[in-house]
Design a protein around this ligand. Structure first.
Ligand code: NAD
Length: 351
């Protein structure tokens, strides 16, 4: 199958592209603007693989996007390109509206033009999978879970822009008949995660003996899914999801931020037993404005309809993730270089 993946040089996109090409043998065109969040090194292992091609283009550039469709003639699109960091959306919302809203409209329009020109048989197979987040549903009360019927209630510029993109994707299905699928997923973790997000930031700070800055009281809850489980879930929805439907993907691993950081410290204590316990590095910092208290996913519909389930156990896969960062300094060192220790975002109080 020929699959066009947007944002394939990012964290989830690169895990997905590697899975599609290496494990499943698909032909993939990665379309990526190579923003600060991209690391093309993540796809280095495909450099000599004729099944993969990278096109550097902005999803807001309609001509470039149309050219990619004309050139590659995709049988499916998996749309992941986005501005994805909540803290950045608070300081610079414009970039989020541009890429996440306008860029998604450009992708949908190009896909529609491509789809409408396909012969009937190819039309029946074509899919546009829009990849989104559970943050569009806002904050949950204790013990509650999001389902596909949850009300949209985005509360940050990031989640509002993703919510808008979800509505656009569904509208292109309802209005133009584009065979759209939507997934909303919980927080991902795993290898090749940009070191400004919670887990990689904590791993690299712990590695360097820096403070581990935890927002507020540390009791905000997230539902953690390993990025490879997410990639498998996206493929399952693409292959077996019902057109026009939404599927929630989650790892069935709800943990509060403090528990996550403590689990990381425990992993470090096992892997690097010398010195003081790593928990001594934990420091509480002022909370993020509008910080949602709880996200948690009920993935029952995806499990029942597309036969997917998360396979990784959180604490075990977290330790594997720590090991990955210990073994892959060449991946993160050029990004880290003092720029993403958290100070810029007010995350890490300077010593
Ligand atoms: P990321 O920030 O790691 O990667 C985003 C990628 O998109 C980068 O390679 C970047 O260069 C590219 N990109 C950004 N703007 C672009 C533009 N205008 N044109 C073309 N490419 C552009 O993001 P991620 O964490 O891998 O998230 C991927 C998708 O999954 C996003 O849509 C995000 O909303 C969604 N999502 C993420 C999570 C998570 O925990 N990270 C959870 C649920 C859903």
């Amino acid at each position: 199958m020929r699959i066009l993946v947007t944002g394939g040089c990012g964290f989830i996109g690169s895990a997905l592209v590697l899975h599609l090409v290496r494990d499943l043998g698909h032909d993939v065109l990665t379309l990526d603007a190579l923003t600060y969040a991209a690391n093309p090194v993540s796809l280095d292992s495909l450099a000599e693989d004729s099944r993969h091609r990278l096109v550097e283009a902005d999803i807001c550039d309609a001509d470039a996007v149309r050219a990619a469709f004309a050139d590659f003639a995709p049988e499916a699109v998996m749309h992941l390109a986005a501005e994805s960091h909540v803290d950045r959306s608070i300081t610079d919302p414009g970039a989020f509206i541009q890429t996440n809203v306008i860029g998604t409209q450009v992708m949908l329009d190009a896909a529609r033009g491509h789809y409408e020109a396909l012969p009937a048989e190819a039309k029946a197979r074509f899919r546009f999978l829009h990849v989104s987040t559970d943050e569009v549903y806002g904050s949950l009360p204790p013990d509650a879970f999001f389902t596909e019927g949850s009300r949209y209630d985005p509360r940050s510029p990031y989640s509002a822009s993703k919510a808008a993109s979800d509505h656009l994707a569904r509208a292109w299905h309802e209005t133009y008949g584009l065979p759209v699928l939507v997934t909303n997923c919980s927080n991902n973790y795993g290898p090749r995660h940009f070191p400004e997000k919670l887990i990689p930031l904590m791993i690299l700070n712990a590695l360097e003996g820096r403070k581990l800055p935890v927002y507020g009281d540390g009791l905000n809850e997230r539902d953690w899914i390993h990025v490879e489980d997410h990639a498998r879930g996206l493929v399952a929805v693409l292959e077996r999801g019902r057109v026009g439907e939404t599927y929630l993907l989650g790892g069935r691993a709800v943990r509060n931020n403090l528990a996550v950081v403590k689990a990381l410290c425990a992993a470090f204590d096992r892997l690097r037993p010398e010195g003081a316990p790593h928990e001594n590095l934990i420091s509480f910092v002022a909370d993020r404005p509008g910080h949602d208290r709880r996200y948690a996913i009920d993935p029952s519909k995806a499990q029942a309809e597309v036969g997917w389930a998360p396979s990784k156990t959180f604490e075990q896969a977290l330790e594997e993730t720590v090991r990955w960062y210990l073994d892959n300094e060449a991946w993160w060192r050029p990004i880290r270089e003092g720029r993403y220790t958290g100070e810029r975002l007010g995350l890490a109080p300077s010593e």
